[in-house]
Design a protein around this ligand. Structure first.
Ligand code: GDP
Ligand code: MG
Length: 203
């Protein structure tokens, strides 16, 4: 049976969420900023440790807060599927402190939701636009320690522009999700490049 993992990608506008997803799936990057107006679902398949997973990647448009109830989720189309995602990728721009504040807020709200639902949802925090690191607002280590040690979340920095650590971040998240939720045995996760257009990649 093929497992389906839904992953919600959340972050402030313009941090590079769509670019990360499209680089992962299509090996594609655009300098032109096209704001994501509506929620978009990508459905690639990947192979991890010899097991196939259907991913449902939700590219979540700007939301002011994590949906606090099922009815709020249903009233706001942008949030559909966000509350029950199997995992979260929270993206901030390493040059924009406000985008990190947004991630802090969303992560706090997910924790509150998680407490209520009692589930251990994997969260990966992603620092995007690593190619612009000369303009970063704080040293990598400061964020990494906070995220890993205090929040107990995964942390990866990437550049969608140069396809740097993009596949790695999905591999990290899937590794955590599989370890926590699906209890597969842990052989090393091998990576053979990003997904080809229209479908399956071996990770
Ligand atoms: P979203 O609103 O979070 O989905 O952001 P987008 O993916 O649409 O990207 C917003 C802008 O940032 C676009 O102009 C992208 O070209 C640019 N961008 C995205 N990723 C990177 C990156 O890794 N490096 C640089 N320099 N620019 C990026
Ligand atoms: Mg977008």
């Amino acid at each position: 049976m093929v497992e389906t993992l839904s992953i919600a990608v959340i972050g402030a506008p313009g941090v590079g969420k769509t670019s990360i997803i499209r680089q992962f799936i299509y090996n594609d990057f655009s300098e032109v900023y096209t704001p994501t107006q509506a929620r978009y679902v990508y459905r690639p398949s990947v192979i991890l440790n010899g097991n196939m997973y259907d991913l449902k990647i939700l590219d979540v448009p700007p939301i002011s807060s994590f949906p606090s109830s099922t009815s709020q989720e249903w009233m706001d189309l942008r949030c559909r599927g966000v509350r029950n995602a199997n995992a979260y990728i929270l993206v901030y721009d390493i040059c924009c402190v406000e985008s990190f504040e947004y991630v802090k807020m969303i992560r706090q709200q997910i924790m509150e939701h998680r407490e209520a639902s009692g589930s251990e949802v994997p969260i990966l925090v992603v620092g995007s636009k690593r190619d612009l690191q000369r303009h970063r607002f704080t040293p990598r280590r400061a964020v990494s320690v906070l995220v890993k040690k205090t929040w107990k979340c995964g942390y990866v920095e990437c550049s969608a522009k140069f396809n740097w650590h993009v596949v790695l971040l999905f591999k990290e998240l899937l590794g955590i999700a599989v370890a926590r939720g699906l209890r597969q045995n842990h052989t090393s996760i091998r990576l053979q490049g990003a997904l080809q257009r229209n479908r399956c990649s071996v990770m």
